[in-house]
Write a protein of this length. Structure first.
Length: 480
């Protein structure tokens, strides 16, 4: 059997073993290094990534179609450049793992060609000759043993891929946390605008009533002037609220990974939470120590550095290789043989490095320093994550405790305004008292909305900080 026939037989054998429909996929990832969740991220995204990004378009984001929190997160997960970069990092690490696995397999090199030689004798003493020869070469090399170089590289590649996957999950959690914060900041800004607009409308209506009463001689001109000043202040507060709303919307657009302004409108949801708490702080911290992706990523990175150190040390030990070569009508980098020839050679080679100018000594020192550096990095990651969880837990507990108080204040201020309005209509109260009561009502209404929104935001931020947030928990009543 010639060389071409051998190659074709090999290709068809691989195709048959992989299956006709999976033939192309086999050659894309023959050593099965690509993580299954690279295309799904179902734990966080809640659905297949490609399906999610097909749905997370910018269509329908306008003043007539409120932007939901889930939609904002979907857009961020598909457009945020850090997440896209994380997907690319995973592909790079998977490719390096493939290289490490490939080092256990033999390498096969094949070359074939045809050489035509013509000998001419001008003096005619000998007849001209023409010779056509097929040149073929097959080289097979297989490393049998190397005292841990390949195994160290393989373990290092496995842990680095696992670290990159965990780091990618941490990026997802941080992105969702950033979107949640920006989303509820925009919701609060909208509530402030609505409160300011309500105050403007009330003050303008009250000014008209005061002007009519002044014309009838019931009140002095000073009350009308006070009403005009109150309306001017209300308009100023409305203008400031509008500016704050524009600013928070731009932050939300940036958090979603968008590079151009889009019209945003957020529905003023007032979800009343269930009778729950934010759970014990120690429970959150212990769970984070075990499973937080930022900590797990550095822990895997440390294991990879330790495996790499073992591989570098093993590079100074002998290696054992098997080789088999076949040459037809010639050898590499030489002309064709004068006669037909077929040469086969098989051998086992033991190679041992003797002296490399102390190069390996410094490689080992560098690998040891990398281990030490990663150990410090792990300690820093644990400290940072624990601090973030303690802060998020405190904010969530405080937000939950404020819910009941804000409702009590709102009901009390509503009663005060009603009483002041009745007294003003009977002439028993002045304009200043009524304006003061209306101002207190606006503040109480905003504080109630603020308490509800801050609770929802703090709850979800705690989940994201603890890295246990997924889309199924966006509308739950409490962290768990």
């Amino acid at each position: 059997m010639n060389v071409k026939a051998t190659l074709l037989a090999f290709v068809f054998a691989v195709a048959a073993s992989a299956g006709a429909t999976e033939f192309s996929h086999f050659f894309q990832d023959p050593l099965l290094t690509r993580p299954p969740n690279l295309d799904s991220d179902t734990a966080t995204l809640g659905q297949n990534k490609s399906e999610l990004c097909a749905l997370a378009s910018l269509d329908g984001i306008n003043q007539a179609m409120p932007l939901t929190l889930e939609k904002a997160i979907d857009i961020a997960l598909c457009h945020n450049p850090q997440i896209k970069g994380g997907w690319a990092d995973i592909k790079i690490r998977a490719a390096l793992l493939g290289e490490a696995r490939a080092s256990y397999l033999p390498s096969l090199g094949v070359s074939t060609g045809k050489l035509r030689s013509i000998n001419k004798y001008p003096d005619g003493e000998l007849p001209n000759t023409e010779n056509v020869r097929n040149l073929s070469q097959i080289n097979l090399t297989w490393r049998l043993y190397d005292f841990g170089v390949r195994s160290g590289n393989l373990e290092s590649a496995k842990y680095m891929l696992a670290s990159t996957l965990s780091a990618h999950e941490a990026i997802l959690q941080r992105t969702m946390g950033a979107v949640i914060g920006a989303y509820f900041d925009a919701m609060l800004a909208q509530a402030r605008v609505a409160t300011a607009a309500q105050t403007v409308a009330f003050t303008a209506s009250l000014l008209q009533t005061t002007q009519r009463r002044e014309a009838a001689g019931v009140v002095a001109v000073t009350e009308t002037l006070e009403g005009q000043a109150a309306l001017a202040k209300a308009l100023l507060a409305k203008s400031r609220a509008d500016g704050e709303l524009r600013s928070t919307r731009s932050v939300l657009v940036s958090a979603m990974g968008l590079t151009s302004a889009v019209p945003l409108y957020i529905a003023q949801e007032q979800v009343i939470p269930k009778d729950v708490s934010v759970l014990n702080l120690e429970r959150w911290m212990e769970q984070a120590r075990q499973k937080h992706p930022s900590i797990v990523a550095v822990r895997d990175e440390l294991a990879a550095a330790q495996a790499k150190l073992e591989s570098v040390i093993a590079e100074g030990l002998p290696t054992l290789e098997l080789s088999h070569n076949y040459y037809q009508n010639g050898f590499p980098n030489q002309g064709a043989a004068t006669s037909n020839s077929k040469v086969r050679s098989t051998g086992i080679t033991l190679s041992a490095p003797v002296f490399d100018g102390f190069s390996r000594t410094y490689k080992i020192r560098g690998a040891q320093a990398q281990v030490e550096q990663t150990q410090n990095k792990l300690q820093d990651a644990e400290t940072r994550v624990m601090g973030e969880i303690m802060q998020a837990h405190a904010e969530a507990q405080s937000a939950f405790d404020n819910l009941g108080a804000s409702e009590v204040v709102l009901r009390a201020v509503e009663s005060v305004l009603q009483s002041a309005n009745n007294r003003y209509n009977r002439g028993a109260a002045d304009l200043f008292e009524l304006l003061s009561a209306q101002k207190d009502l606006g503040e109480a209404q905003f504080e109630r909305v603020n308490s509800l929104v801050v609770w929802r935001s703090a709850r979800l931020k705690l989940l994201a900080t603890a890295a246990v947030l997924d889309k199924s928990l966006l509308d739950e009543g409490a962290p768990r």
